[in-house]
Design a protein around this ligand. Structure first.
Ligand code: GDP
Length: 202
């Protein structure tokens, strides 16, 4: 996948700030520190498009990245990656968690340009109730979900495959699970192919 251009085009902390240009969107969600920023950077081949945060849970905004890619025949297409704020971080107070949920749900529920959601989670961890609930919630709304099981370079092949099988069992038909690594780039092209499949014709 060749990327011609990738840049941040909008940031919003309330629904009033959500852009209205109608480009197809793919939302990225995940607990803080799961590797979401690193995966976004790997997908667009930029080192610092999304900030790899040293302070998990700090950002409370949605960010829109406009991405222009070229296919094998040099045809360009444009989509937006929407980086949703991280959640599930222990230090976050209950009230803040509720605010996160309201903001994220106000985006995910009925967002017309939304084509798919990528849930980012560490391949070594089991799905939490939060993650299972979120995927069920998205499935109810018919938003296709891809689970990027990140940091796959941290496991040897056999252990990694076993973890992917466990995650596939946990999510069942509600999500596709792909092992990814921002370090070795494992799974990055495969994830792009799936994303392209959901946003094609844009
Ligand atoms: P975010 O909070 O979900 O955006 O996560 P970050 O992208 O900031 O990553 C959290 C930490 O995990 C950072 O120290 C990253 O360097 C590390 N990390 C992220 N992805 C990978 C990966 O694929 N492999 C390895 N080994 N480390 C990763």
């Amino acid at each position: 996948m060749r990327i011609r251009d990738a840049r941040i085009v909008a940031t919003a902390v309330t629904p009033a700030g959500f852009p209205v240009d109608g480009l197809p969107e793919v939302a990225f969600l995940g607990r803080s520190n799961a590797g979401k920023s690193s995966l976004l950077n790997a997908l667009v081949g930029r080192r610092e498009l999304a900030r790899v945060s040293g302070t998990p849970g700090k950002t409370r905004a949605l960010h829109w990245f406009r991405v222009e890619r070229l296919d094998a025949a040099d045809r360009a297409s444009v989509l937006c990656f929407v980086d949703l704020p991280g959640y599930g971080f222990a230090r976050v107070a209950k009230s803040e968690r509720a605010a996160w949920q309201r903001l994220v749900e106000s985006y995910l529920d009925g967002r017309a340009p939304l084509r798919a959601a990528v849930l980012v989670q560490d391949v070594r961890r089991d799905a939490t109730d939060d993650e299972l609930d979120l995927v069920a919630w998205l499935a109810e709304r018919e938003v296709p979900v891809l689970v990027a099981a990140t940091k796959a370079d941290k496991l040897k092949h056999g252990a990694r495959e076993a973890r992917v099988v466990a995650l596939r069992e946990a999510y069942g038909r509600r999500a596709r699970v792909i092992a990814t690594s921002a370090v070795t780039k494992l799974g990055v092209d495969a994830l792009w192919e799936l994303i392209a499949g959901f946003t094609e014709g844009a």
